[in-house]
Design a protein around this ligand. Structure first.
Ligand SMILES: Nc1ncnc2c1ncn2[C@@H]1O[C@H](COP(=O)(O)OP(=O)(O)OP(=O)(O)O)[C@@H](O)[C@H]1O
Length: 343
């Protein structure tokens, strides 16, 4: 059963539609990410859920209750901003205690809760420090502790890692996931970084131009995208007009008829599903290596086949010597099962 349910949500800013037709169900304890390019409406949706912004129409239910009419402080949601937004005039303890004081929680409970949550985020020894004395990662942990201290029903995180440098970002990502697992708190995370979304989420809602285009597990979105937009936005792919297959099929039995039957317009082929051979045996397509890039443990080749350039990923094993140099002639195998046809 869904814990948070959003139905038919719409939001306009003057004549600009920021969100429309938003339907989303989130289970208790789930980690859901809103993923999409800049300006697609992710933060607007999060702010509406938090009660910071009104929506024009739609219903939001939390644990069966319509929370649309409730102000932000009565919604039981914790919010973490991209820019920490800590109170500079307060120390770490008082920042974390803020939400509890607003709720007129008694002093003993505040002390117990703040100490407990600071311990959870690994900052128990910094309680009396001023927030400016902390690193970016530590400040974001204070922001997380502040959001969690009142024990909200939902945790809302708006690009919480984007102000951090690359290395801290990675460790904070792991940290957020482990806290979420430990507390089993229902979480909605906003990002435009697909790697972040894929590694953190139970499910991802892909947004584009104010709409949710597809919702699914990372695996579903990667292997079964419902549109060219999702295929390109989640992972790397070769997105080709389906007519390309007509050119390629001379040598390979690709399932072009299936594509025509479904009136699809494009085909997505993931780079790791294509393989290369040193010789072009029957059934393979003749290609030329145009470029080669080392991406850590993967080598990404650009292979030219007639007018089509394909990306092909192969695991990089330094002990093996069967890598291909630029200019090399190769045989290219595109199994029919590698082709995802899209409308
Ligand atoms: N207060 C506002 N007044 C007018 N337009 C707004 C306002 N807030 C957001 N918008 C517009 O609504 C659209 C969605 O904005 P939003 O900030 O939700 O996108 P986003 O996906 O979170 O983008 P980013 O990843 O860049 O933060 C954008 O076109 C934006 O310009």
């Amino acid at each position: 059963m869904s814990y948070l349910e959003i139905n038919g949500l719409k939001k306009c800013f003057k004549d600009r539609i920021a969100l429309q037709d938003i339907h989303l169900s989130i289970a208790q304890g789930e980690f859901l990410t809103l993923l999409g390019p800049s300006g697609c409406g992710k933060s607007t949706l999060l702010r509406i859920l938090a009660g910071f912004l009104p929506c024009d129409s739609g219903i939001i239910r939390l644990a069966g209750q319509d929370i649309g009419p409730l102000p932000a402080h009565k919604r039981d949601m914790g919010f973490v901003f991209q820019s920490y937004a800590l109170f500079p005039n307060m120390n770490v303890f008082d920042n974390v205690a803020f939400g509890l004081k607003m709720r007129r929680t008694d002093t003993q409970t505040i002390a117990r809760r703040v100490t407990g949550i600071l311990d959870t985020v690994g900052l128990a020894d910094r309680a009396r420090h001023r927030t400016q004395e902390l690193s970016g990662g530590q400040q974001q942990r204070v922001a997380l502790a502040r959001a969690l201290a009142p024990r909200p029903k939902i945790l809302l995180l708006d690009e919480p890692l984007s102000a951090l440098d690359a290395k801290i970002r990675l460790s904070m990502r792991e940290f957020i996931k482990s806290i979420q697992r430990q507390l089993k708190i229902t979480t909605i995370f906003v990002t435009h970084d697909q790697e972040e979304a894929l590694t953190l989420s139970d499910r991802i809602a892909i947004m584009w131009d104010g709409r949710i285009i597809q919702t699914g597990t990372p695996d579903e979105l990667y292997h079964h995208p419902n549109s060219p937009f999702v295929a390109q936005f989640v992972g790397t792919t070769n997105l080709l007009p389906v007519s390309c297959l007509n050119t390629l099929q001379g040598s390979v039995p690709l399932p072009v008829t299936q594509a025509v039957d479904q009136q699809v317009r494009s085909v997505s082929i993931r780079p790791e599903l294509i393989s290369l051979s040193a010789s072009c045996q029957p059934g393979l397509l003749p290609g030329t290596i145009k470029a080669k890039a080392l991406l850590g443990n993967v080598i990404r080749y650009t292979v030219q086949i007639e007018d089509t350039a394909l990306l092909v990923d192969m695991l990089h094993n330094p002990l093996q010597t069967d890598h291909f140099a630029e200019g090399c002639q190769v045989g290219v195998d595109i199994p029919a099962s590698a082709c995802t046809f899209l409308k």
